[in-house]
Design a protein around this ligand. Structure first.
Ligand code: SAM
Length: 263
C-alpha cells in the first residue's frame, strides 16, 4: 500500500529527528510534494528509500525544507532598537552577556550581532552561541563568505572593518568570526541553553504550527535570564505574550516577566 504524508512524516522523524508535523502543514506538504515530483520519484515511499540509501540526498532534502534565506541586519529599524534601547539596557546591568542566536541559518544574523556589539563592548568579550538545525547552512556560516548583495544593510564603516574583499565576495574577518560559536541544534527537540540575556529567534516561527510556537515560547521563557530579552522576526509578534510570562518592551522584543515566587 502506498504511504500517506502521515507515514512519510513518521519515517522522516525517525531518520532525521525532524518533526514535520510541527511545521505548517499546507506549506510544508506542498514543498515536499513538489520536491519529490521534480526529482522524479513516484511516491513518498520511493523517495524515502532514496533518502535512506544516500546521505547526500538526505542533506540536500533537509537543506531544501529548512529555507535558509537570511540577510545581514534584516529589518534595520529593529536592529536600531537593539542598538539604542535593548543593548544599553542590558549592558547597564551586566558586564558580559550570554547571547543565543537560534535558527541562525548561514550566519548573517550572528555576525551582524557581533558587529553591532563591537560598538558597545570590547571584541574579546563578545560571545555568541549561534545554532541551526541545518548542518549545511552552518558550514556556510563558519566559512563566512558572502556576496555584495548580502551586505546592502551593513553600515559602510562595518563593511571595511569586518570583511575582507576577495574578488566578488566579502569574507568575514577571523577576529569577528571568533566571537561566534556555531552548533547544530533542533529547537523542537534539543535542550535550550540557560540564563540567556538575549535570544534572537527570527523568521523561523512563521513556518511553525501554533502548538510548536507555544512550545518554543515556553522554552524561551525557561532559557532567558530573569532580565533577559527575546528578539523575534518582523511578522512574528507574540499574541498574548503574558500567557508565556513575556512582556513587550518594544515591537518585536519581549522581556521575561519576574518569577511568581519573586513578586
Ligand atoms: C528563514 S531562516 C532565518 C534565518 C535568520 N534567523 C534570519 O532571520 O535571517 C530559518 C532558519 O530556521 C532553521 N530551522 C528550521 N527549523 C528549525 C528547528 N526545528 N530548529 C532549529 N532551526 C530550525 C532553518 O534551518 C533556517 O536556517
Amino acid at each position: 500500500m502506498n504511504w500517506t504524508y502521515e507515514d512519510f512524516k513518521a519515517a522522516v522523524l525517525k531518520l532525521t529527528g525532524i518533526d514535520l508535523s510541527s511545521y505548517k502543514e499546507r506549506q510544508m506538504k506542498r514543498r515536499i510534494d513538489s520536491f519529490i515530483s521534480r526529482n522524479g520519484y513516484g511516491s513518498y515511499q520511493d523517495f524515502f528509500s532514496a533518502l535512506c540509501e544516500d546521505k547526500m540526498k538526505q542533506t540536500h532534502f533537509i537543506d531544501y525544507i529548512t529555507i535558509n534565506v537570511s540577510e545581514f541586519f534584516r529589518n534595520p529599524e529593529q536592529w536600531d532598537v537593539l542598538d539604542k534601547q535593548i543593548l544599553p539596557m542590558l549592558l547597564n546591568k551586566y558586564r558580559d552577556l550570554n547571547i543565543w542566536c537560534a535558527a541562525c541559518s548561514t550566519g548573517e544574523e550572528p555576525y551582524s550581532l557581533a558587529m553591532l556589539l563591537s560598538r558597545h563592548m570590547p571584541i574579546n568579550r563578545i560571545k555568541i552561541l549561534a545554532t541551526d538545525i541545518d548542518a549545511n547552512a552552518l558550514e556556510k556560516a563558519i566559512k563566512g563568505i558572502y556576496n555584495r548583495k548580502n551586505v546592502v544593510n551593513v553600515p559602510e564603516d562595518f563593511v571595511s572593518r569586518f570583511f575582507n574583499a576577495e574578488n566578488e565576495t566579502l569574507v568575514v574577518k577571523d577576529w569577528i568570526k571568533r566571537c561566534v560559536e556555531f552548533k547544530e541544534h533542533n529547537l523542537l527537540r534539543d535542550p535550550y541553553p540557560k540564563q540567556c540575556h538575549l535570544i534572537l529567534c527570527r523568521n523561523v516561527m512563521i513556518y511553525l504550527t501554533e502548538n510548536a510556537k507555544s512550545y518554543l515560547y515556553k522554552a524561551f521563557y525557561d532559557s532567558l535570564h530573569p532580565d533577559g530579552v527575546l528578539f523575534v522576526g518582523s511578522t512574528e509578534q507574540i499574541i498574548l505574550p503574558q500567557a508565556y510570562r513575556l512582556e513587550p518592551v518594544a515591537a518585536f522584543f519581549y522581556k521575561r516577566l519576574a518569577d511568581k515566587r519573586q513578586e
